[in-house]
Design a protein around this ligand. Structure first.
Ligand code: IP8
Length: 247
């Protein structure tokens, strides 16, 4: 099984609230069609979930947030999710919509439900889940990042490969020269923060990718604008991006 995260910055235009990059999503779907093994998709919030989370000051910490904010964030994620499901269907994939409430209890994954995700993907359906605002208990909620979902699923299902499709070529050693780091083996590169992103943007991705690679799986960061690179990564061809080598 291959676990793929479609980052919010690739599927939406982060500069413009509530704008999905439909052409890019279609191109990603066309490339995913070329993958001959079970896949599971997680997507981020981009200018949908993050736009509203910032407006209502909602974060990953469990707290009593404005309930209207919770409702609006959730609603916006459903809207973005629907755009992705529609694109997948149009491109002859068989998506299976799976909101994170299906396999999360508070901030913990429900192992039995996560195992079911693998069975669904092996049937030929493509489970599609996403970062979201979630109920925690005692009137508290929190923002669950799609990057965290990647780690939860990877830990239980041990996919053959984890891929993060980004709006960049991978991790850069220098942001100015955009010099790409081809391989990381546990070390943490320094990166700048993005205030638009309540779940931590690139820092969070690198943190989760490091955790997953420490569990023994390879994690690839690839440019989602060049989706054939995802196919190449899966087919073990010449890889363009950053690899977090599993130990
Ligand atoms: O973009 C967070 O998911 P991410 C989604 O994967 C929301 O961090 C609701 C902000």
């Amino acid at each position: 099984m291959i676990l793929i995260k479609l980052g919010g910055s690739i599927i939406t235009n982060k500069e413009k609230p509530l704008s999905a990059r439909k052409k890019t999503i279609d191109n990603l779907a066309k490339s995913l069609k070329k993958i001959q093994e079970p896949i599971v998709i997680v997507h981020g919030g981009g200018s949908y979930g993050h736009y509203w989370s910032v407006k209502y000051d909602m974060h990953t910490k469990e707290k009593k947030y404005d309930l209207r904010g919770v409702a609006i964030v959730k609603n916006s994620m459903i809207e973005l999710n629907k755009i992705i499901l529609d694109s997948f269907l149009k491109n002859k994939l068989k998506p299976y919509c799976l909101p994170p409430t299906d396999f999360m209890a508070g901030n913990k994954p429900i192992t039995k439900k996560v195992r079911e995700i693998e069975k669904i993907s092996k049937s030929g359906l493509i489970p599609v889940t996403f970062g979201d605002a979630l109920w925690y208990g005692q009137n508290k909620t929190f923002i669950l990042s799609g990057d965290k979902i990647m780690t939860h699923i990877a830990k239980i299902l041990k996919p053959k490969l984890c891929i993060f499709a980004l709006n960049e070529d991978g991790v850069y050693s220098d942001l100015k020269s955009k010099e790409l780091i081809h391989e990381l083996k546990g070390e943490r590169p320094l990166i700048s923060e993005n205030k638009m992103d309540v779940t931590g943007g690139m820092t969070r991705k690198i943190e989760e990718a490091s955790k997953i690679s420490k569990m023994g799986m390879n994690v690839f960061f690839v440019n989602g604008n060049k989706p054939e690179r995802i196919v190449k990564a899966v087919k073990n061809r010449k890889f363009e991006g950053t690899v977090f080598r599993g130990k």
